[in-house]
Design a protein around this ligand. Sequence first.
Ligand code: BG6
Length: 477
Amino acid sequence: MKNLGFNENFLWGGALAANQCEGAYLDGGKGLTTVDLCPTGKNRFDVLMGKIDSLEPVDGEYYPSHEAIDFYHRFKEDIALFKEMGFKCLRVSIAWSRIFPNGDETEPNEDGLKFYDELFDEMIKNDIEPVVTLCHFDLPVSLIKNYGGWRNRKLVDFYLNYTTTIFNRYKDKIKYFMTFNEINMLLHAPFLGAGIILKEGENADKIKYQAAHHQLIASALTTKAAHEIIKDSMVGCMLAAGVTYPYSANPLDVKKAMDNDRENYFFIDVQSRGEYPGYAKRFFRENDIELEMEDGDLEILKHNTVDYIGFSYYSSRCASTDPEVLNGMTGGNVFETIKNPYLKASEWGWQIDPLGLRITCNTLYDRYQKPLFIVENGLGAVDKIEEDGSINDDYRIEYLREHIKEMKEAVLDGVELIGYTPWGCIDLVSASTGEMKKRYGFIYVDKDNEGFGSLERRKKKSFDWYKEVIKSNGENL
Ligand code: BG6
């Protein structure tokens, strides 16, 4: 009987992002980027949300991205470990500010380009397919200082200059791209997602949706450029996904859950279907939002849709209209959600719902009918090194195992799935909290929240487990 599980070209791998792993924040001519201004500790959230005007690092703050796990200098060692696990692909991002330190130069920085040449060559040498996010929470700070970040239309041209430089340079090395990581994060963490600092009294929704329009145009033009420059390229969008359940069968809760989901699907509806959906137009009408568009924008969106739907999945969400229920909130991928009484949660309050992954896959596939790529998933947990040096992360194995089982169910449901890249396959800096102790990796990195540690790499128990998962193409879990 035909094997109905994962196909033989299924892309097993792992996911990283430059801003959370590279470090070397000014090496090779790199310019400052958004995350270089996000400290750990009590001010971090305000910075992520665009509430603090901090366009220079501040004395006395600790910025974990500045060194991160020093992937910039250690990537060969790390790739050797990924190879040992049998990775078929590795999702990385390119730091825009390594290529254009200020973001608006016409000529790229050769040192930055050379670094990524070496990185991609090393992957290819090890038979690891690069999957590249062009912008992962990573905007050159000069573009915020001089143009106000993505609120300014000029960023479309700067981004396009950057992305076409990447396509021309690496056209023989890369096939899979994503334009913006978790593009819907812009609504929830506007500084992180779009370099937006909100001013007192302005209509925040108006600014954010205008910035969204700019990113959507930039994404569509980039998709077009990729298709022209690299004939067999596959360009994806990237959604912070996780289906929203109604807390009860009350139609008001059901409607609220639908609205929550649409807030996120909005971006993908444009990127994948090529049109602003009716519900968004209504929202704009009723909230004094008139998007500034240029002639031809709607055609650009219409004719340059993505090839696949990339998404992260950590948890499902839950919605209610009952004020009492609304008191019970818990953590989630930057945005909080209501506690679902049927689910357990991680130490950071992120609820664990493997079946939700199957439901999310089916919902996205029903909606878009395009291949899906799960480009992030995983459990952020505190790991302990035993006296014998081992790290027994059974909780992580359990989390991933249950999610992979549901992924397989989704495939059996008929969902087309390209691959799976668990997040932070080597420990790295947390995007939401800036911590190191919130670890996702199969590989431990000796570094703590205050920045101390040797940076030594060490395999966890999950390392061998995942190696076997890949070797058996998802059969031995
Ligand atoms: C996603 C991001 O939001 O989730 C990653 O794309 C991030 O950058 C990941 O690191 C996990 O979140 P956190 O806050 O635990 O690092």
